[in-house]
Design a binder for this molecule. Sequence first.
Ligand SMILES: Nc1ncnc2c1ncn2[C@@H]1O[C@H](COP(=O)(O)OP(=O)(O)OP(=O)(O)O)[C@@H](O)[C@H]1O
Ligand SMILES: [Mg+2]
Length: 387
Amino acid sequence: MQANGIKVRLSVKNPKTAEALENVIVSDNEYLLLGINAKDPADLMIFELGGDLEKDFQNIRSLIDLGVAGDVFLTSIDFTPEVLQRAIREGVKDFFSQPINSIEVKQSLERFSNQKGKLNQETKPPKESKILTVLGSKGGIGTTTVAVNVAVSLAEADSVDSVALIDFDSMFGEIPFFLEIEPTYNWGEITKNISRLDATFLNNILVKHSSGVYVLPSPRRLNGYEGTTPEILESILLLMKKLFEYVVIDLGKILDVNSLKIIEMSDDLLMISVQSISCLCNSNDLLRSITSKSSLPEDRIKILINRYMKKSEISLKDAERSINKKIFWTIPNNYRATFSAINQGKPLSEVASKSKITKNFRQLADNLICGETCQLKRNRLLRLVGR
Ligand SMILES: Nc1ncnc2c1ncn2[C@@H]1O[C@H](COP(=O)(O)OP(=O)(O)OP(=O)(O)O)[C@@H](O)[C@H]1O
Ligand SMILES: [Mg+2]
């Protein structure tokens, strides 16, 4: 047994189950089975659910919170969908039905060990995680442009450890074109296999872009979306928050029960508008609908005017009057750079690194991270060498 192997503790009452699990663990010297009286914290605890589910979940929560167990796997004779949902929300990473299938346990331990190595190498656990959701007041006004370039500008900041970008535009998710990636899977896979949701499963679906941003692609057709529920989306976002410091979401322009759940879980909602009467009217309606239908406080909704032109017929003051809210940010009009970036499948910082619009996205990211006056360091070369 290796002294620095993965430490596993069992909290299993059923003797047959305990024996089967012990046999798998001790058969591989990568794992160290901790004795009942050992005081070391375990990297992994395998916990058997008993008769009192509420008490068991409270125990699991405190085991994770107190650092007694890094991660928890569950075993039980029977897993109902409700128990699985609850377990995922509490942070449980995998499940073994009884009687124990040794091969399944072995594979799961292997995934855990690979994942542990991978996450240690690539992403440190986030200091504090934030969800930034980008919502369009209308189609075609630059929602995806903003989501992609905010995510990349966040990832460029030296102080930021990890950024994920989720494409929740379920019909026309276009992020793969914006970043020239070819995803094999998408979050529709998660909705169909929610019981398998853990860091390893998620990691297999995420695509890493050269900027360092991890992309969770959209199914791009309704059949992946129909099975989605607010509870499933909550599970996905809770897990993403555990893995990433910033989670940027392209929500497209849809407001329904699912997107309302995402909005409620967001730290900031960046609502995109442009200087046109119809779009500002939509922004106004959206603003009122969101504040009446969700628990998101209004000060977390930030209005951004994209394609901003100083000489437009509709001034910023007019825009603010029409929505009865201050405009948080303006992004300059630059069709040539944004169009060329999309066509090349690259972020603005790669195709127009010195342009006003790219600098604007960096300032926006700085503002979202640490407020109005701060300017974060972006030593791009060093970061690219490190990736
Ligand atoms: N700041 C900007 N200045 C000028 N043009 C822009 C700007 N931002 C985006 N565009 C242009 O607007 C068009 C639509 O952009 P984008 O796909 O990001 O919008 P969207 O709101 O996500 O659209 P959809 O509703 O199709 O998802 C693109 O051609 C892009 O070049
Ligand atoms: Mg879009």
